[in-house]
Design a protein around this ligand. Structure first.
Ligand SMILES: [Zn+2]
Length: 197
């Protein structure tokens, strides 16, 4: 008996026009969570997701819904249909309807009846982001890392001993021999002091 994967039902949800982009974002996350990616994802939104105006029947597919999240005009060409949808109107001029019926078909990895409620949930209550590897916490500066603090402490001790006991000349010297003051004339003791004035 052949498998009947394609007979899995579609799922539908009715949304206001301005809710379409939010739902689309939730749906992307939901189907990615089902393991869809790359070309499969594009194919899914192209062919298995469509929004139909309840007033005039204008159909907007999932890929076009994705474009609504772009900055107007970013794609280059003027797109009056997307501009109207972004403003909360039907994409067809003069249509007064504000609602679209979104239909999502199942594919082998994605069961529509599960993924549509999940998409609504992800849209309305997006999960917090900290688990995302894209947003790392501020890194601890190297001098605050405990391992490096031990090393710095040890280095300080070595430097102190070196300063006290180390060589006073040669390439490793870090201090000079105490300066010997011997040639400075002393004006308070007469003699050469007179000559300086
Ligand atoms: Zn319409």
């Amino acid at each position: 008996m052949p498998m009947r994967e394609t007979s899995k039902p579609s799922a539908e949800v009715r949304l206001r026009v301005e809710e379409l982009t939010g739902f689309h974002g939730g749906l992307v996350r939901a189907v990615v969570g089902c393991g869809l990616g790359g070309p499969e994802l594009t194919e899914f939104f192209n062919g298995k997701v469509r929004a139909t105006c309840v007033g005039c029947g204008l159909v907007v597919n999932g890929e076009e819904l994705g474009k609504l999240t772009l900055v107007p005009g970013a794609a280059g060409e003027p797109d009056p249909q997307s501009d109207r949808l972004r403003l909360g109107y039907c994409g067809r001029p003069n249509c007064q309807s504000r609602f679209y019926q979104v239909v999502v078909d199942s594919v082998p990895k994605v069961e529509a009846a599960t993924v549509v409620p999940r998409a609504l949930e992800l849209w309305r209550n997006p999960p917090p982001e900290p688990e995302s590897p894209d947003v790392p916490k501020a890194p601890v500066p190297w001098w605050k890392q405990r391992r490096n603090q031990y090393a710095l402490g040890a280095l300080a001790v070595v430097l102190i001993f070196w300063w006290k006991l180390g060589p006073t000349e040669g390439p490793l010297a870090i201090r000079k021999e105490p300066t010997k003051y011997q040639a400075a004339p002393d004006p308070y003791r007469g003699g050469s002091g007179e000559a300086l004035q």
